[in-house]
Design a protein around this ligand. Structure first.
Ligand code: ADP
Ligand code: MG
Length: 450
């Protein structure tokens, strides 16, 4: 059975149980699974009315069903029959030996997220080497492996790649990849099934018999104290049995302030690695790789055009490339040219190349730190104001390249050595202090998105 058919069967069974048979048949029963792209299940609808109704259910019934199904699919996309030609239909899978007898461990990994498909650059080479080392020697070298970084930079991809690699060596390994939400929901479900408030056996067994446990986006454990407790015990069990644990988060474990101390220290007891925004060279390499995977013929000029204009994260880069592909197929272009690419991306590029001014940067910094404009420009020496001021100075110099004396004038006639001090201090904190690094990244994204 095709992957998309299999996964749709699982997801739709949950949808079916949440509505009347008549409604289910009328709307969802008519959808035909086509393929899976970027973790999205593409379904073909025969009628506009069916598509509209199903889209209307996306935030409720569909989302719940996807969540409950626990597969790697994150969303469904309903397309009409005439749009279906824009997607590459799946090939029949080669019959493979089952990875494991156990149902809970199947369908959790996206087979396209491999190390081969992952482009290594300055932004991720430590993370990717660590991940490969872990995949080659699970449970021995770096345990746990903790990967952190902003959205869309490849954390989930790397985790799946570890799992896929281990399975390619030994199909019987029990790889358990879950999002933090799935972990928490599974935990709550299992408590509800047991009246005496004890965890039921299947939850414990599912987690504790895994050979590799990967939990994605651990920052969502915020304020979920009993789930943290459950994770603590699961962690200890697996760790003592030398089972590999991989965790991801949007920030350094130190910054997970809502987390119990004992968990935080467990998380840091192995290896912690970060992924940062890709440089333009890496963006070019990623785009080339993605175009090659999708068998999309595209000139260097187009690749550079996208890479130079979309710098926020890899997910957006991929989105831009897909949009360009879609335009080319609409216009029946065999090879994509720069004009088609520019046309396809006019909304994106308008957004990302707007003219940024010093005022924009200072205003964004004030909003972010919740301080007044007069204070950031003025002479106050309160710690939080000084920190915000130094970050604003750093960003003005970094984004706009304005000379230090010019920045000094803007900040109430400060001497250029003061400005230089601020810039150098933030430059070095960006390398050593994850909080400052996160603040600078957040602000940069805010400023560049406006
Ligand atoms: P995160 O989990 O950090 O939010 P994802 O792993 O979901 O990010 O990555 C977003 C998308 O970008 C995925 O489709 C992934 O394949 C792609 N991606 C990210 N980094 C790379 C890379 N270095 N090489 C190839 N693809 C990448
Ligand atoms: Mg992710």
């Amino acid at each position: 059975m095709n992957e998309s058919v299999k996964i749709w069967k699982e997801i739709s069974s949950y949808i079916e149980s949440s509505m009347s048979t008549v409604s289910y048949e009328m709307w969802f029963g008519k959808l035909v699974p086509l393929t899976i792209e970027n973790n999205k299940l593409i379904l073909v609808s025969p009628l506009v009315s069916v598509k509209r109704t199903v889209d209307g259910f996306k935030d409720t019934v569909v989302r719940d069903a996807i969540e409950k199904s626990g597969t790697y699919v994150t969303d469904i996309v309903v397309v009409l029959e005439d749009e279906a030609a824009n997607y590459k239909p799946e090939k029949e899978p080669v019959q493979q030996e089952k990875p494991s007898d156990d149902d809970v461990y199947k369908n959790v990994l996206d087979p396209s997220y491999t190390f081969d498909n992952f482009v290594v650059g300055d932004c991720n080479n430590i993370a990717s080497s660590a991940a490969k080392a872990v995949a080659e020697n699970p449970g021995t070298l770096y345990n746990p492996l903790f990967i952190y970084g902003g959205v869309g930079l490849g954390k989930t991809h790397i985790m799946h790649a570890i799992g896929n690699y281990i399975l390619s060596i030994d199909k019987k390994k029990k790889i358990l990849y879950v999002t933090t939400e799935q972990f928490v929901n599974g935990f709550i479900d299992s408590l509800m099934k047991n009246k005496d408030n004890k965890l039921n056996k299947s939850f414990r067994e599912k987690y504790r018999s895994a050979d590799v446990l990967m939990i994605d986006d651990i920052q969502f454990l915020a304020n979920k104290m009993s789930s943290q407790e459950a994770l603590f015990h699961t962690f200890n069990d697996l760790y003592q049995n030398k089972k590999q644990i991989v965790l991801s988060s949007d920030r350094h474990p130190k910054e997970l302030t809502f987390l119990e101390e004992r968990l935080k220290s467990r998380f840091q007891s192995g290896l912690t690695v970060d992924i940062t925004n890709p440089s333009v060279e890496t963006r070019v390499a990623i785009l080339r790789k993605k175009a090659e995977i999708k068998k999309f013929s595209v000139s260097n000029e187009v690749i550079f055009f996208i890479a130079e204009n979309i710098s926020s994260n890899v997910r957006e880069l991929e989105g831009a490339l897909s949009k360009v592909m879609f335009y080319c197929s609409l216009m029946k272009k065999e090879v994509c040219d720069i004009d088609t690419a520019k046309e396809a991306l006019k909304d994106y590029i308008d957004v990302t190349t707007h003219v940024i001014s010093i005022d924009n940067i200072v205003d964004a910094t004030c909003t972010y730190f919740n301080i007044k404009r007069a204070d950031i420009i003025g002479k106050k020496k309160l710690k939080n104001i000084v920190n915000a001021r130094q970050i604003a100075i750093y960003l003005i110099n970094d984004i706009l390249g304005i000379p230090l004396t010019g920045i000094g004038d803007y900040f109430g006639g400060r001497d250029h050595t003061t400005i230089m001090y601020a810039r150098d201090k933030i430059t070095s904190l960006c390398k050593t202090d994850p909080l400052v690094q996160a603040q600078v990244n957040d602000l940069r994204a805010m400023i560049q998105k406006k």
